[in-house]
Design a protein around this ligand. Structure first.
Ligand code: ATP
Ligand code: MG
Length: 445
């Protein structure tokens, strides 16, 4: 993409309404535009990151054996009356009436609808286990929408639902989700720590929230620093192997890590003092096992291997896809702007031409752009007739992890400069070597 043809409405001033750094940078980098409180348009740069995050979520869900589908945003009130949540949900639910005076709602979550799909089509334990998920917009009429996409009213969520014949099998589904989430967040360059959570109004027995440590997080968290040393890495997992998944879950749930809702000071005090940490965290996901809470009232039964009709055991598992943009920026930025992890960056590499209009610099920049595209990468070439300082400031603000700088003086010696946004370290090399290095960095992702 050429910057001169792109739509990147960068703001020079700090927007007054933004209280936290991720909101400020998302507005300044032209990623989002607020349309109403907690409701945003996703401008091209923000949309690109949103799609990259979505893609990683899909890939990891499919790897774990979960099946994508798509349910609508609008749901009938009657379905929610069956579970008793239509009245219980309260003011966060946006209720709508159509021209025939039929009551509807904009879904804040989809337990009822997925249970309805399940009961319409599945009768036997032989169709189980089954996990269905979608990535769809949700609406919650939050009292205080704030911090940009972190607490929106309309927001994008991945929500998945497992259906199992009994509790042990459903607990394996719970573990499988935890493992897939660990891998998902790590691919996004994030450390998200699973913490024992309170089941709250959805109700349930087992639940963990995934939290990203950040001073601006809304939750107070307490943890053993040993947990921050754990890495998922490139291990291959057999998601059908109950013991293997349970062992990974055990690895991540053994060190103490809890939010203020479930914090146990006595257990916390037992950790060696040097490892005892208190911080704040952003919730980027949650896994729940809630058994037959929906299947019983909504009559989602299956016949088990003994010929008995039993309510199906369920859980629901969410990832805050749009909130993740904010969480990643909170965890990865400096005073100049965003620093995207390679896994989610909107463009793989920036190209800055220091002397637009100089035939050699123009030709070398265009050749670099073409070479990166030929290798399947997506570069952003700043071909505007601007000062070098302004071009660098834009690149730093939008946070592309790698930048190639092209100028007549370097070119005379056959060199361009490759700079890491994270370390600020620049290296001179030939254009071919710069392309090879950038290609190599992304090859493993
Ligand atoms: P919170 O406690 O932050 O209100 P929640 O526990 O009610 O969130 P869940 O029902 O667990 O939310 O939804 C799954 C995920 O969706 C959350 O972990 C979070 O990342 C994301 N999410 C929830 N509410 C919002 C919101 N208002 N804006 C953006 N993302 C949200
Ligand atoms: Mg939650």
């Amino acid at each position: 993409m050429r910057l001169s043809r792109y739509f990147l409405p960068v703001l020079k001033e700090n927007p007054a309404e933004a209280q936290i750094v991720s909101h400020r940078y998302m507005l300044r980098a032209g990623m989002i535009k607020q349309q109403q409180a907690g409701i945003y348009s996703w401008l091209p740069l923000g949309f690109k990151v949103l799609k990259r995050i979505e893609q990683i979520v899909h890939e990891e869900q499919i790897r774990a054996g979960h099946i994508p589908l798509l349910m609508p945003t609008l749901q009938p009130a009657d379905l929610w009356r069956e579970s008793g949540r239509y009245d219980a949900y309260g003011e966060e639910m946006l209720r709508i009436t159509d021209r025939h005076k039929r009551e509807m709602l904009y879904g804040p979550t989809n337990e009822e609808m997925i249970t309805d799909i399940f009961r319409s089509h599945v009768e036997s334990y032989k169709s189980l286990p089954l996990t269905l998920y979608h990535i769809q917009w949700k609406f919650r009429d939050e009292v205080r929408p704030r911090f940009g996409v972190m607490r929106g009213r309309e927001f994008l969520m991945k929500d998945g639902y497992n259906f199992d014949v009994d509790k042990p099998s459903a607990l394996h589904a719970y573990n499988r989700h935890m493992v897939s989430y660990l891998r998902t967040y790590e691919r996004m360059g994030l450390q998200a720590i699973p913490m024992r959570a309170d089941s709250g109004p959805i109700g349930g027995d087992d639940t963990h929230e995934f939290l990203v440590l950040a001073s601006t997080g809304e939750s107070e968290v307490f943890y053993d620093s040993a947990i921050t040393d754990l890495k998922f890495g490139d291990r291959t997992v057999d998601y059908d192997n109950w013991d293997e998944c349970a062992d990974i879950v055990k690895e991540w749930t053994t060190p103490y890590a809890r939010t203020d809702e479930t914090h146990d000071p006595a257990l916390f005090e037992a950790i060696p003092e040097a490892r005892r940490k208190t911080s704040r965290g952003i919730e980027v996901g949650q896994v729940f096992y809630f058994g037959t809470k929906y299947s019983e009232p909504m009559k989602a039964f299956v016949v088990n291997d003994k010929g008995e009709r039993v309510p199906v055991h369920m859980g629901s598992h969410g990832i805050g896809v749009s909130r993740l943009l904010g969480a990643i920026i909170e965890a990865s930025h400096d005073e100049k702007g965003i620093i995207w992890p390679e896994g989610v960056t909107p463009f793989h590499c920036g190209i800055v031409n220091l002397k637009q209009g100089d035939p050699a610099a123009d030709a070398a920049s265009a050749a670099l752009e073409a070479a990166l595209i030929a290798k399947g990468l997506d570069p952003l070439y700043d071909d505007r007739d601007e000062r070098a300082g302004a071009k660098f400031a834009t690149m730093d603000l939008i946070g592309l992890p790698w930048r190639i700088t092209v100028g007549p003086r370097g070119l005379a010696a056959g060199k361009v400069e490759l700079t890491s946004r994270r370390t600020g370290i620049s290296e001179e090399m030939s254009p071919d070597d710069a392309v090879a290095k950038v290609v190599g960095i992304y090859a493993g992702l």
